[in-house]
Design a protein around this ligand. Structure first.
Ligand SMILES: NC(=O)c1ccc[n+]([C@@H]2O[C@H](COP(=O)([O-])OP(=O)(O)OC[C@H]3O[C@@H](n4cnc5c(N)ncnc54)[C@H](OP(=O)(O)O)[C@@H]3O)[C@@H](O)[C@H]2O)c1
Length: 432
């Protein structure tokens, strides 16, 4: 075993996380080199904006705008992709692996869409591809699933994987804010991007859930296999009613296994207000995992931000450096042998909260109950809320027992056609 004096890093993207990673490399060289066994040295930085070198005191000479220059540099052992987005990040990662560079990435979009191809290229070229920061920012998840929990048959994952939406939901719940006001406040504080679509529509959480589900259940689950629904339909009154009924509302990423099928879905959920996930507020993430041996485990921490995320990125770099120094490589496993398939959303079964505006007169409930009954949906409780005196429209809230998603969708469509139903204002799934 020959320990290398230094290991070269090629960084693609000196933005929020790239900057955080560079600061960690520059700021604590002794700790990192002690752990890695070699000095970790930035050899090349690929950026669109060459002026970025000044802010971190990185030598200007190592900056380039040309990917070729980075990937062909013989001094670069590990390519760290922190540009984000699908393209050209995917092509650059694939090219780096093909040229036998080890790769570290935080890119959930690329990993959830191109997992199998990238892992195969990494195997073919006997190099590592690590992506700990792609899910849960600084919270260790990928390594625990691949190493510490491997003795388990995982049966379920319930996770808050998006800090932006959790922050918005927390403010809506605590302050009675409407969605648009809470979103604006999140944007003012830098917790939501100018275009927040991927966060608020559940797309970001779906990318992350696809990665976790693939590892946990040994089946390739792509992001397009994950059903996702966002939080923009929720209103302040949903949080009031949820509280009255003993629930909190969270955007959950849920994966469950039963037999050979898997559920993988992201949507707002009523969860018991005394559950641990209900108490996860603000930008924090939490991941509840159920395994046959370990029982229930919860991971909790900062799911984003330059410091927390660079903890995961730099740890991945150190693991690769340690392997280089040992003369080994942790060749990625392709965890796709289980033969399990993702269940269509129509087939899932859960409880439901329904809120609707109805005519305030006798017999309305009987008509709605009849339709729900026709679809084998049984009601567990009905609450009549305020009636608007000017329109004579009353708001009612219905909680159901377990029912099939397809039946609920069909029944709601039919109920909406009743003359006495003015509007189905919302429905939310309940996990209890
Ligand atoms: N932010 C977080 O808290 C967080 C947490 C976990 C994981 N991640 C992941 O980490 C990655 C980076 O996120 P970030 O927040 O650091 O993004 P960011 O601040 O936008 O940084 C990306 C940087 O890469 C540069 N870049 C983009 N495309 C490039 C190209 N083709 N060539 C050269 N440079 C290019 C960008 O330059 P311009 O600005 O000039 O376009 C920018 O400086 C993403 O995959 C993200 O999902 C982020």
């Amino acid at each position: 075993m020959v320990t290398r004096k230094s290991i070269g890093i090629g960084l693609m993207g000196l933005g929020v996380i790239g900057g955080g990673m560079a600061k960690a490399l520059i700021g604590k060289p002794d700790t990192l080199s002690r752990e890695a066994g070699s000095k970790l040295v930035l050899k090349k930085v690929l950026e669109k904006d060459l002026a970025k070198h000044g802010s971190l005191g990185i030598e200007r000479s190592i900056f380039t705008t040309q990917f070729e220059e980075l990937v062909t540099n013989p001094e670069v052992d590990i390519v760290v992709e922190l540009m984000g987005g699908e393209y050209p990040a995917f092509e650059y990662i694939r090219e780096a692996l093909t040229r036998s560079k080890h790769v570290v990435t935080a890119n959930k979009e690329v990993m959830s869409k191109h997992w199998s191809e990238l892992l195969t290229v990494a195997r073919d070229h006997q190099v590592s591809l690590r992506y700990e920061a792609s899910v849960g920012g600084g919270i260790p998840l990928i390594a625990p699933f691949q190493e510490d929990l491997v003795a388990n048959d995982i049966s379920a994952i319930y996770a808050i994987l998006n800090g932006t939406t959790n922050y918005i939901l927390t403010r809506m719940a605590r302050e009675g804010l409407d969605f648009s006001v809470a979103l604006k406040k999140a944007q003012e504080l830098g917790y939501a991007e100018a275009d927040p679509t991927k966060d608020i529509e559940g797309v970001d959480a779906a990318y992350k859930l696809a990665i976790l589900t693939t590892i946990a259940f040994g089946t390739e689950v792509r992001s397009e296999d994950v059903y996702h629904e966002g939080i923009s339909r929720l209103q302040a009154c949903d949080f009031r009613y949820a509280r009255e009924l003993g629930y909190a509302i969270k955007l959950l990423a849920i994966a469950k296994r039963s037999g050979n099928s898997i559920e993988a879905r992201v949507h707002p959920v009523f969860i018991p207000e005394d559950s641990l996930l209900a108490k996860v507020d603000g930008v924090y993430n939490a991941i509840h995992v159920e395994g046959d041996l370990v029982g229930k485990v919860i991971f909790y921490g900062e799911g984003a931000g330059p410091r927390a995320t660079s903890s995961a990125v730099v740890s991945d770099i150190i693991k690769i450096a340690q392997n280089i120094n040992r003369g080994t490589t942790d060749i990625p496993r392709l965890p796709f042998a289980s033969g399990r398939t993702v269940k269509p959303m129509d087939e899932i079964e859960t409880r439901y909260y329904m809120r609707m505006g109805v005519a305030d007169k006798a017999g309305v409930l009987a008509q709605i109950s009849k339709i729900l009954g026709d679809y084998a949906i049984s009601i567990s409780s009905v609450i009549q809320k305020e009636t608007d005196p000017s329109t004579q429209i009353a708001e009612i809230v219905i909680m159901t027992h377990r029912a099939k998603e397809k039946a609920v969708q069909q029944a709601l469509k039919k109920a909406e056609r009743l003359a006495v139903v003015k509007e189905i204002t919302n429905f939310v799934r309940v996990e209890a």
